[in-house]
Design a protein around this ligand. Structure first.
Ligand code: 9MR
Length: 513
């Protein structure tokens, strides 16, 4: 779902409401009923209409985050465990198998109608040290036993396995691993055969990164799979991880590369898509990121045998990137506050999304609200929100079409209000403000302060700068701001999901109460 709702005037229903509820109330969604259909077509629904799935990686620790699981369970039709089916988790000690963590992931998938890609059976990394310490002749039986136990356990619960992960170096030579050392490249055929014997229904994949475009590494994969197919080794597909970075450019001829694998009779899947950048993010990098996401999805849709796209988690909040590449991040479709980034709209467009309201207003508008409180007293007779808008898109936005809402409760006393703009670099004469009732009232919200603009335009990447707003009841009775929906104690500007932005009356940012 988009946190952004594209209909004007309406109140949130479905997962948006659930998410807002989960944010506000901490409702436990994990393990609960499947989330209702989105008011807006989900990524997976869009992909399904094109005969593809749209999935996300996830991890056990993330599943206690109910705002996260609300989106994971509703927006995606496929999930991949980021870590919990890897060898160091499933067989940390030889012969002692642990499936509890992986089972949580398959249970989540079952409860939410999602397929699960198993990841991964044989990999040089996240491999317990006992494997590397085995005498060479014991590596093959240990590998076959591992594959047999794990793939048998997950039979029926996973639809596809990354049987071997990352077998190649960048130059296309085989990567050194205990498996390659013990068996040479034959370990790959042996692994595929063992997986097929354990789960004849599962689709079996080889998976690697930097094989998305034409090049030495993808040539090596192409040569390997050609040979495996010629030998009759069970193999169904090639997984292209697609860990991209705006600073390294887009993979060379991705569609053609996918097509050559498809022409061998193999499926192709984009298995771990993300697009990182040097931080801080800015409008230019986010625009490049959007185009990379869009081009990956377009490439997949252009190749009939490309079965789907999996993002390597959908929010920056749970990205692997910052800890692996210090100074880089912002790689995902949603930001750390679980709010949509421009790349999400680009993916939706690539998947064929049409504007859901048919009005067209605000299309492509990528504005975000930032907020801080300018009020140290939450119990006095004034409310003083500081708001600013940032244009995260690539086109200018006319401010006359834009309004911003900040929700609060009026408490007892007068229900009429005075509003003020105390200061703004735009000039307060360009700013309008009013208070209106919010019906029906929600938790922390029976009124909202709405700011608008008489003139002005916001260039791509630009911020309005601070707009210091203030309101009071006409009888100057007191407020209790502490439970107000949009209030937070933030004393410096930060992205604010509970402050909403509208273009032409259409919500483009934030979550209504
Ligand atoms: O997302 C995974 C992260 O949590 C782990 O710390 C990391 C350790 O190697 O593995 C990440 O997932 C990797 C995946 O299994 C294989 N392709 C690269 C992914 C990102 O590192």
């Amino acid at each position: 779902m988009d946190l952004v709702m594209r209909r004007s005037g309406g109140r949130l229903a479905g997962p948006c409401a659930l998410l807002a509820g989960a944010l506000a109330l901490g409702t436990a969604l994990l393990g609960g009923p499947a989330v209702a259909a989105s008011p807006e077509t989900t990524l997976h629904e869009l992909a399904s209409a094109q005969g593809r799935y749209f999935g996300s990686a996830t991890d056990n620790s993330e599943l206690t985050d109910t705002a996260y699981t609300a989106v994971l369970g509703s927006e995606f039709g496929q999930i991949t465990p980021g870590n919990s089916m890897k060898w160091d988790t499933t067989e940390p000690v030889q012969g002692q198998f642990k499936f509890a963590k992986g089972d949580v992931i398959t249970d989540f998938g079952r409860q939410h109608g999602q397929s699960v890609r198993g990841h991964t059976l044989v990999w040089h990394s996240q491999l317990p040290s006992w494997v590397g310490a085995l005498p060479p002749e014991q590596v093959e039986p240990a590998m076959v036993n591992h594959i047999t136990e794990v793939a048998t356990h997950y039979r029926g619960a996973v639809t596809a396995w990354d049987v071997v992960n990352e077998p190649f170096n960048e130059d296309g030579t085989y990567r050194t691993s205990p498996f390659h050392t013990a068996m040479g490249s034959d370990y790959i055929a042996t692994a595929l055969r063992a997986a097929h014997a354990a789960d004849p229904e599962a689709k079996l994949y080889l998976n690697d990164y930097n094989i998305e475009g034409l090049g030495a590494k993808s040539d090596a994969m192409y040569a390997l799979v050609t040979e495996l197919l010629a030998e009759g080794v069970p193999l169904d597909g090639v997984g292209m991880q697609a860990h991209l970075a705006v600073q390294y450019g887009f993979p060379y001829e991705m569609r053609a590369n996918m097509q050559r694998f498809a022409d061998l009779g193999l499926d192709v899947a984009v298995t771990e898509l993300d697009v990182r950048m040097q931080l801080p993010a800015d409008a230019t990098k986010l625009a490049t990121q959007s185009s990379y996401y869009q081009r990956v999805v377009e490439a997949c849709l252009a190749v009939e045998r490309c079965v789907g796209v999996t993002v390597w988690d959908w929010t920056d909040k749970y990205s692997w990137v910052p800890s692996t590449f210090p100074g880089q991040g912002a790689a995902n479709l949603y930001d750390e506050n679980l709010l949509p980034k421009p790349a999400l709209a680009a993916v939706r467009t690539a998947l064929g999304a049409e504007d859901d309201d048919g009005e067209g207003e605000g299309d492509g508008a990528t504005l975000k609200a930032q907020y801080r409180t300018n009020d140290s007293a939450t119990g006095d007779n004034q409310i003083k929100p500081g708001l600013q808008l940032v244009n995260t898109g690539s086109t200018a936005v006319s401010l006359q079409d834009v309004t911003v809402r900040y929700w609060f409760t009026g408490e007892n006393g007068a229900s009429t209000y005075s509003t003020w703009c105390d200061w703004s670099p735009l000039g307060c004469s360009a700013v309008t403000s009013r208070v209106a009732a919010w019906n029906p009232a929600a938790a922390g919200a029976d009124h909202y302060l709405e700011a608008g603009f008489r003139s002005g335009s916001l260039a791509p990447g630009a911020s309005t700068g601070e707009i210091q707003l203030r309101l009071n009841k006409t009888d100057w009775s007191r407020f209790d701001e502490s439970d107000d929906y949009s209030h937070s104690g933030a004393t410096s500007y930060a992205d604010a999901a509970k402050v909403a932005v509208y273009v032409g009356g259409e919500l483009v940012w934030g979550i209504e109460p």
